[in-house]
Write a protein that binds this ligand. Sequence first.
Ligand code: DGI
Length: 154
Amino acid sequence: WMEQLNLTFAMLKPDAVEKMGQILKLIIENGFKVTKLKMVQMTKEHALEFYAEHKGKPFLPFLVEYMTSGPVIAMELLAENGVAKWRELLGPTDSEQARKDAPGSIRARFGKDKSLNAAHGSDSCISAERELNIFFPMSRIAQYESPRSTATFK
Ligand code: DGI
């Protein structure tokens, strides 16, 4: 199979925002192009929409509280095989597990446990498209157009 240039959605969660310098350096060094970036404060509604797939899960209220506890940094990243590549750099969901299985990963290095895990990454191209549209909707303000004509969500 051929590698495909694709876009993914990445987010630094509230407790990782203060480490943005180190994390962005890692992102860039690993060959991602940062094509969009902004700091935003999520509302409860925003967090519930973003995590709709976890509706009814026991950890959702805590997750929403965490994600709204301070600003987050939302990014669109572009790379060959970008969705999978970003998930790999992120590491496993649980930061304690990540320290065992993927010690160089972002969650291993900057997260705490299975709840406070520093960063998010889309799990598929379909999720990436949905999540990018939540955080980077069409705007009246002139917006940098990342190369969607060459990048794909597939
Ligand atoms: O795609 P991921 O972020 O790796 O994982 P996910 O989509 O299954 O879950 C979204 C977030 O919800 C995850 O980053 C942390 C939290 N979470 C997931 N599973 C658990 C959890 N939090 C707790 N406390 N317990 C869980 O089992």
